[in-house]
Design a binder for this molecule. Structure first.
Ligand code: NIG
Ligand code: FE
Length: 408
């Protein structure tokens, strides 16, 4: 398959680039007036139109549009049941996210609904969302459990994700987020719930290969740093690395515990101290920012991306698609928010949503750039005057066609 007459081929990185960091994130390599050759679902070559191969079984005319590598969305909760617009209205009337959670809404509200919903229905609904996000340019995605909060329902969620992995050509990573909220049945027995997660669920999940990572919501009124550390250590015993929700509302020491334990990523970071930035700079954990969560919660605390970039960090961006804090998997909007609210340059934000998102899912060998050998997960835009036009035109659908493994 040949894509020809590409006005700008974006993110043409050499194979050895695993991620980009700090000042390096301002560089987004492009090739103008280009072709892209795909074979067997992988990128085999690209170059200037002047050297375009004459023949190919399938030819796509990009008609002067741009071609990007698909987004790598490294943090979502795309399997869920029902919606939470009642809480959305409650917040408009003045209730806070934490207050709603304390009253038994929030994550526990989604857990009640998920428990009642049959596996097949969850598969069908999650599949629709997966198709929707693919249409908005996603080509690799991480999906978490965490709305089951019981043995049966956490396993049910992870089986739904396994089913999505079988159905979709997209690389999908599954994360076990049993430590998302303390279920009502364990209100007076935190230790019992921790034991359920660590001693009953983890061995089954690892045994059936149902998860690639473990996660915990390290936050006041959710899980402590000590509990989060226990989850990470238990995951490690089963060969599961960690991707952890931390510093969404409070800085409690979660970053240090995660970096020390070699977590793949720490996610949210709306509240982040200089000491924590220094700690990240000394480690290998990828800071992943989810700006549509504070946007949707109308929280003035956005992650301090500029300070992080100045410290040389490899920032990633993800959607956090979930029914509570981000009922949207629209990565182009996340990139616009990163530019507007986090003051990231368009090049930095696109790096964060492609190559660094791939790194945050350990998919750098297959995804995140236009590189021979990687999967042909690319999207074609309508003609745009520049790369910066994509975050600038925040309400427009500039993505016209999405190919995953060369198909679509
Ligand atoms: O990433 N913060 C914790 N988890 C999700 C929200 C979960 C929910 O409200 O349903 C998040 O924002
Ligand atoms: Fe999340």
């Amino acid at each position: 398959m040949l894509i020809h007459h590409i006005h700008t081929l974006v993110q043409t990185l050499p194979a050895e680039t695993g991620l980009v960091r700090g000042a390096g994130m301002q560089t987004l390599p492009v090739l103008h007036d280009a072709y892209l050759l795909i074979e067997g679902g992988r990128i085999v070559a690209f170059g200037p139109m002047a050297e375009c191969p004459a023949r190919a079984d399938v030819q796509i005319d990009a008609k002067g549009g741009m071609v990007f590598p698909c987004w790598c969305d490294s943090h979502t909760h795309l399997v869920f049941a029902g919606s939470r617009e009642t809480e959305f209205v409650d917040r408009i009337r003045g209730l806070s996210y934490e207050e709603i959670a304390r009253r038994g809404g929030g994550i526990l509200n989604s857990a009640r609904r998920l428990r009642e919903t049959p596996e097949e229905v969850l598969v069908e609904q999650a599949w629709q969302r997966l198709e929707e996000v693919r249409g908005m340019g996603a080509g690799a995605i991480e999906i978490k459990s965490g709305y089951g909060l019981s043995e049966d329902s956490e396993l049910k969620m992870l089986r739904v994700i396994r089913r999505l992995k079988e159905m979709s050509p997209m690389p999908i990573k599954a994360t076990f987020l049993g430590a998302h909220a303390l279920p009502a049945e364990y209100r007076d027995n935190r230790e019992g719930y921790m034991q359920l997660l660590i001693e009953r669920l983890l061995p089954q999940i690892a045994g059936e290969g149902l998860a690639d990572y473990v996660d915990a919501f390290c936050e006041k009124n959710f899980f402590s740093v000590e509990e989060t550390s226990r989850i990470i250590d238990a995951g490690a015993r089963y060969g599961l690395k960690a991707k952890i929700h931390t510093n969404q509302f409070n800085s409690m020491g979660g970053i240090e515990a995660c970096v020390l334990r070699g977590a793949v990523s720490v996610d949210h970071l709306e509240v982040l101290t200089d000491e924590e930035i220094a700690c990240l700079a000394a480690g290998h954990t990828i800071p992943t920012l989810l700006p549509s969560a504070p946007f949707f919660l109308n929280d003035e605390h956005y992650p301090p991306a500029r300070r992080m970039l100045d410290a040389g960090l490899p920032v990633a961006l993800a959607t956090d698609y979930n029914p509570g804090t981000t009922p949207s998997g629209r990565m182009p909007f996340v990139i616009s928010l990163a530019c507007i609210k986090l003051r990231m340059l368009p090049e930095e934000a696109i790096n964060a949503a492609t190559i660094n998102g791939a790194a945050a899912m350990e998919l750098s060998a297959d995804c995140g750039s236009i590189t021979p050998g990687k999967l042909a997960n690319v999207f074609i835009t309508r003609p745009m005057p520049s790369v910066a036009y994509l975050p600038y035109a925040f309400g427009s659908h500039v993505i016209e066609r999405v190919l995953v493994k060369g198909e679509g």
